[in-house]
Design a protein around this ligand. Structure first.
Ligand code: FMN
Length: 167
């Protein structure tokens, strides 16, 4: 069990988001879950999921951590589709798997986002903040890092921010 779990939702394995996570979390113990390594079926109103679906396993891993970092690139001013598919499944945690949803109460949630623009799009953090609030989790300020050029300054600021937030 790790205190800090990072849920990474880039559309590629060798991604900017992963590289920047590695730089920022190098000195912070964590478990990294790349959603591309897991089968997460799209939300189904009938809760009809294949046996190979791994969403509930990941929900258990989140329940075993104190801090949950949701990491995503900015794609079209929003979170990645990979992470959105994962977050849509939170609906299961307030319907058919309520115990697992209750297990997330009080967890700290942080947003780690990466985009080409200098600043995150306006309102980008709203779905994360509101979802955390809905699930009675504690949303904390996240970080946004611009991936254009060598943004060393952004990484240093993010390291300090996470050390402060997780310390
Ligand atoms: C489909 C797609 C949409 C994108 N849309 C945006 C955007 O709206 N704003 C932005 O700043 N960057 C945007 N980008 C740039 C990526 O956020 C940026 O290159 C990021 O570093 C990619 O991270 P990744 O390697 O984890 O995918 C987009 C990239 C892709 C592939």
């Amino acid at each position: 069990m790790s205190d800090t779990i990072i849920i990474l939702g880039s559309a590629r394995k060798d991604s900017h988001t992963r590289t920047l996570l590695r730089n920022v979390f190098t000195g912070i113990p964590h478990q990294l879950i790349d959603l591309l390594d897991h089968e997460i079926a799209p939300f189904d109103y009938s809760s009809n999921y294949p046996n190979s679906d791994q969403f509930l396993q990941l929900a258990d891993l989140m329940a075993g951590a104190d801090n949950i970092v949701l990491a995503t690139p900015v794609y079209w001013y929003s979170m990645s589709g990979v992470l959105k598919t994962f977050m849509d499944r939170f609906t299961d945690l307030v319907s058919v798997e309520k115990d697992k949803g209750r297990a997330l109460r009080g967890k700290n949630v942080f947003l780690f986002s990466v985009g080409a623009d200098v600043f995150a799009p306006e309102g980008f953090e709203v779905p994360f903040k509101r979802t955390a609030e809905y699930l009675n989790m504690n949303y904390h300020e996240g970080v946004y890092i611009s991936s254009r050029g060598e943004n060393f300054e952004g990484v240093q600021t993010a390291i300090k921010a996470f050390e402060r937030m997780l310390g």
